[in-house]
Write a protein that binds this ligand. Structure first.
Ligand code: C5P
Length: 483
């Protein structure tokens, strides 16, 4: 087996290997082994990190590095000693599944080399506004727009001045002028430059223009004996700020709340093979469960037999009959909010056959029906474990609002979501719903009822809207839904 002397390799290859092995925290020898293994296994890891993408397509030929990135950043590296931190910033962004394409100003190249930046970003590096390779198809426009965010780190006093005044005499300033993306600046400069009136004016102008700043921090400067405000934020702080802009935190208004939901039909057995059922698909209840979970709630979904997959992150209890549903609902208490969207069968067969009922000469067997427990009414009338907000559904085929209003009173719940399920509406089993939210005004104190009619929406939209109303009511500590 031939042995390989790293020392004897081309300089460019050696540099690449050193950078790549340092980045992956492996020895150069181990890195070579990994590259050979990847080659044999046919992975997409680029062998040369500074390969120029073919200049023929209008979209940037991005080199993929295995995991599919979810966001992309154009990183402009300005000319300052803090530029070395931008190498770490590239790594930190890539860790967060962010693809990074870098622009280096002329001054930046005094501090970091395009080769190092290219090796870390796995992309070609852009340095020149008049580069025929990238500019024949307006490369600076693509760098400005084919990304989700533009980050400038370090943002020098000069680059910020150019930006504030709309200059475009090099690639970095042209990208900043041409972008319609959010821009994040990480300023880095001497404290006197930072406090200079001109920089103050430029910063104020940039903030008015909607540019976001991270830092600068205070501390010692690179210049011996100098200290003050002007140090560029650490790479990890800039990456976190970029992530907040790329993936803003989703509000979780129901965090810490336990929401109990029923959904679907119930099956009431006649004998071991037959049952009474209805046409409920469970879609509305499942959509509410998913929306409540997305709003941060702990969700327990008690579902009758449906053809739907369990929503992610939701505890699902599968049941068949109304009595089993009630049992699971009671076991799930206490809850902060209970939403009863199930189409529970009102009756069950009293004389359920132990064996399959047979046709007999005596004619049809008599089916005697008895009433099922009313889960909504039972839970609404609890004295000890009653959830503070109980919501029922009213599926009606006529006199929708009037029936829903009387249901609110009869069942003792706080809100009723009324929907017309007459066959012409296609609501039962369909994807859309028209609902009216019926509630006691003022939390029921003056006996008045409020009706809030919503436009036709998908069941998912109804769910999101209902959960938003629930979240508002929980925050307001009032049971009256906001309209
Ligand atoms: O009485 P009706 O079926 O029209 O009421 C509908 C509301 O009552 C829905 O919220 C439904 O989930 C609930 N319900 C129940 N238990 C029953 C019947 C209905 O929880 N047995």
């Amino acid at each position: 087996m031939a042995s390989l002397t790293i020392r004897k390799l081309d300089d460019a290859v050696k540099t690449y290997l050193r950078l790549r092995s340092a980045k992956n925290r492996r020895s150069v020898e181990e890195e070579v082994r990994v590259i050979l293994r990847e080659l044999i296994e046919g992975r997409e890891e680029p062998l040369t990190p500074f390969a120029v993408p073919p200049a023929t397509s209008s979209a940037p030929a991005l080199q993929r590095t295995g995991a599919v990135p979810e966001a992309s950043v154009t990183l402009i590296i300005g000319g300052g000693i803090a530029a070395y931190k931008s190498l770490d910033l590239i790594r930190r962004l890539k860790e967060r599944r962010v693809e990074v394409r870098c622009v280096l100003t002329k001054a930046a190249q005094q501090f970091v080399t395009p080769l190092a930046v290219s090796a870390l970003s796995h992309e070609r590096v852009y340095t020149d506004l008049f580069d025929p390779q990238s500019e024949f198809d307006a490369g600076h426009i693509r760098l400005a727009r084919d990304c989700d965010l533009v980050v400038v780190a370090p943002a020098t006093a000069d680059l910020m001045a150019k930006m504030a005044n709309g200059h475009a005499d090099d690639l970095a300033s042209a990208v900043l002028l041409a972008t319609n993306r959010k821009v994040l600046l990480a300023p880095a400069m001497n404290p006197l430059m930072w406090t200079n009136a001109a920089t103050r004016r430029n910063v104020a102008q940039l903030q008015r223009d909607g540019v976001v700043l991270i830092g600068p921090n205070s501390g010692e400067m690179a210049e011996a004996g100098e200290a003050g405000t002007g140090r560029m934020s650490e790479a990890i702080e800039i990456a976190a700020a970029a992530e907040r802009l790329l993936r803003p935190p989703v509000p979780k208004p129901l965090a810490g709340k336990r929401v109990l939901i029923t959904a679907g039909p119930t099956h009431e057995p006649i004998d071991p093979v037959r049952y009474i059922a209805n046409r409920s698909s469970g879609k509305q209840g499942f959509a509410i469960a998913a929306a409540a979970q997305a709003a941060g709630a702990e969700v327990i979904l008690v579902s009758g037999p449906v053809d739907l997959g369990d929503p992610q992150g939701v505890t699902v209890k599968h049941v068949e009959s109304a009595r089993q549903m009630l049992e699971q609902v009671q076991a799930a208490l206490p809850a902060d909010i209970a939403i009863f969207a199930a189409a529970v069968a009102d009756w069950r067969v009293a004389n359920e056959g132990e064996q399959k009922l047979k046709k007999t000469a005596a004619g049809m067997p008599p089916l005697q029906l008895i009433e099922n427990p009313d889960i909504l009414a039972t839970i609404s009338k609890l004295t000890d474990k009653r959830p503070p907000l109980v919501i029922g559904f009213a599926a009606e085929t006529e006199h929708l609002i009037d029936n829903a209003k009387s249901k609110l009173a009869r069942k003792g719940c706080d809100w009723i979501v009324a929907n017309d399920v007459s066959p012409a509406t296609g609501v039962m089993g369909g994807d859309r719903n028209t609902v009216h939210l019926i509630s006691r005004k003022n939390g029921g104190k003056d006996g008045e009822i409020a009706v809030d009619s919503w436009p036709v929406m998908t069941k998912e939209q109804v769910a999101i809207e209902l959960v938003a109303h629930v979240a508002r009511s929980v925050t307001d500590k009032s049971l009256e839904p906001a309209s």
